[in-house]
Design a protein around this ligand. Structure first.
Ligand code: 5MM
Length: 340
């Protein structure tokens, strides 16, 4: 595939008022999510849940792409239509998570390296045949006492760059996700410092690996204080620090940035995105690629019960619509009460 085709897919993922649904929880993560509603994590329950999300009436207007896990990409709707085909027919680009997880980095206690490069070229060929047109790889950087070390950042940046070139070779748009976790007790300033360093290293390796920036999407964290930090930030401070960081580090050739939510509440994630877009014009599209912030309400409204199916779909629709508004800077917190 040529770069123009990759670029067209990347641009469609960040098209006006639309963003990405991250539904690529691995089997162990979805089990933790189902535990919260006391539902057994069987293959059929996972299929039913994903079908509920993918077929939510009205949500397609605001969802440009869905990131799936390997199992989901191979599953079908109750009517027997493979999920990637079903999504594509509804104007949603099918995506696939291709990393195999963040594993302990030898020699660097408390730090991780994301794995999955072995055999990736062959897996990408199969994923393309199954209908995937974009992929995702998540590198995880934790902030704590004495971490992150530069070596861990550079090793993860190299992994992201090697993954991204392999994707583009296979005609698949890479979503490059370097996530600086918000789990620690660090300040907003420390998050800004680390996020700057991480993005600087990531773009250096993407350039060295000859990744076409026009044919990728960046999926970063927002700049926020750690959850255990005594510091509380205002939404305006988060928006300002995040935009300052992105403007310093992300070339304008990248068509779009689709944030992860990282453990922010659904409302905070929407408000931060909207404030940033309202501060435009910006050199790239800014949208969402949320997992928890899109799914949390839908999961609890569904509750694993047939009677909750349409409430779950409605809850996803509401969050998708409000984030669609945030992607053009038009969301207000007051809309929460009238949105349902
Ligand atoms: C949906 O969660 C994704 C998969 O996580 P595991 O590999 O641990 O199962 C995750 O990569 C997600 O796509 C991003 O982190 C964004 O999700 P959030 O919840 O942070 O918006």
């Amino acid at each position: 595939m040529n770069t123009a085709e990759l670029s067209a897919i990347a641009r469609s993922l960040v098209a006006k008022s639309r963003g990405i649904l991250a539904a690529d929880e691995s089997t162990s993560t979805i089990k933790k999510r189902f535990d919260t509603i006391k539902l057994e994590s069987t293959e059929e329950n996972r299929r039913i849940y994903r079908e509920m999300l993918f077929s939510a009436p009205g949500a397609q207007e605001y969802i440009s792409g869905v990131i799936m896990y390997d199992e989901t990409l191979r599953q079908k709707t109750k009517d027997g239509v493979p999920f990637p085909i079903y999504l594509a027919k509804n104007g949603i680009v099918p995506g696939i998570k291709v990393d195999t997880g963040a594993k302990p980095l030898a020699g660097f206690p408390g730090e991780t390296i994301t794995e999955g490069l072995d055999g990736l070229r062959e897996r990408l060929v199969e994923y393309h045949q199954l209908g995937a047109r974009f992929a995702k790889w998540r590198a995880v950087i934790d902030i704590g006492s004495g971490i992150p070390n530069l070596y861990a950042i550079e090793a993860n940046a190299e992994g992201l760059a090697r993954y991204a070139t392999l994707c583009q070779e296979a005609g698949i748009v890479p979503i490059v996700e370097p996530e600086v976790l918000m789990d620690g007790a660090h300040s907003l300033e420390r998050c800004e410092e680390v996020t700057n360093l991480v993005l600087d290293r990531v773009f250096a390796r993407l350039f060295a690996a000859r990744v076409s920036l026009e044919g990728m999407v960046l999926k970063p964290n927002m700049v926020v204080p750690g959850k255990k930090s005594p510091q509380k930030s205002t939404p305006e401070q988060v928006a300002e620090a995040t935009l300052r960081t992105l403007k310093r580090q992300v070339p304008a050739a990248v068509p779009g940035i689709a944030f992860l939510s990282g453990g922010q509440s659904p409302v905070d994630a929407t408000q931060h995105l909207s404030l940033m877009n309202a501060a435009g014009p910006l050199p790239w599209a800014l949208t969402f690629s949320y997992g928890r912030a899109l799914q949390e309400n839908a999961l609890s409204a569904w509750g694993g019960k047939p009677a909750g199916y349409s409430s779950g779909q409605q809850a996803l629709f509401v969050r998708a619509k409000l984030n669609g508004l945030a992607a053009v800077g038009a969301y207000k917190r007051a809309m929460e009460s009238s949105a349902a």
